[in-house]
Design a protein. Structure first.
Length: 267
């Protein structure tokens, strides 16, 4: 549709602003992310890792950091997020134990070979360049260290994407398992394991769904999004298309979560 813009490219400033605005109320709507963190923790524990240093990349309000600290209380824990308000919220929730860093995961300010466990829950989908992110992860991880992550997959909000049938990118497009695995391999990771799990949530109407998306800071930040307000006619047409999917439980919205673990390069 546009020969200049990469319509799937995320605007990092817009992502940061969205999560800044969502920080105070994020936990009220982030049940899916919390459950993902809990499930990811079981994968990490099953690996047998005993980390001395942990980096939570994309710490959000600190829920994952609290889980990690409860299992490995003696480990040095670093909480990193792009959004300053999220870092402040994490500090208020987690206290003075962890170290807090406001920085971009695509430009990690950590020392080389300093991290034993790199944890990232529901953050990677907001990064433009997986090669850059995983390259940074590999750089700061010690040889054989564990990477554990979740990220939203391409089936996420597929119903909403289909209901907007106007050529614009209204819903952010997320990378799939094959794309993620290829990027991990290029960065030198090994022992890669990926799992896809889909969850369908239900909402009373489209505005309720949109409020939920906004509350967790997950609005559309792609360069090819429609600018300005969507016209009333288009909005009503989208709602009508979405309403065809209504069940007795409400309007369905699919969320695909990809769970991944990988080991850093050997020494």
């Amino acid at each position: 549709m546009n020969e200049v813009l990469n319509e799937t490219l995320l605007e990092r400033k817009r992502v940061r602003t969205a999560f800044d605005r969502a920080a105070a109320r994020y936990d009220s709507a982030a049940g899916l992310q919390r459950r993902a963190a809990e499930r990811l923790l079981t994968h990490v524990q099953a690996s047998g890792v005993q980390p001395e240093t942990i980096l939570d990349a994309g710490c959000g309000t600190g829920y994952g950091a609290r889980l990690l600290a409860s299992v490995w209380p003696e480990a040095a824990l670093y909480c990193l997020d792009l959004a300053p308000a999220m870092v402040l919220q994490a500090r208020s929730e987690c206290g003075t134990g962890p170290a807090y860093v406001c920085a971009d995961a695509e430009h990690l300010p950590m020392r080389e070979s300093s991290i034993d466990l790199l944890w990232s829950n529901a953050m990677l989908q907001w990064c433009n360049d997986l090669d850059t992110v995983f390259g940074n992860f590999a750089r700061v991880m010690r040889p054989g260290a564990l990477l554990a992550f979740t990220t939203f997959g391409p089936a996420t909000l597929g119903e909403l994407r289909a209901a907007f049938d106007d050529g614009y990118t209204h819903v952010s497009r997320f990378p799939g398992a094959a794309q993620i695995e290829d990027a991990l391999l290029r960065a030198g990771f090994r022992d890669i394991a990926l799992e896809s799990r889909k969850t369908v949530l239900h909402y009373p109407d489209v505005p309720a769904l949109m409020r939920s998306i906004k509350t967790i800071g997950a609005g559309n930040a792609t360069a090819g999004r429609a600018r300005g307000l969507t016209g009333k006619g288009r909005w009503q047409a989208m709602i009508a298309r979405y309403e065809r999917l209504r069940t007795e439980r409400g309007l369905p919205a699919t969320y695909e979560l990809l769970y991944g673990t990988a080991r850093g390069m050997k020494a």
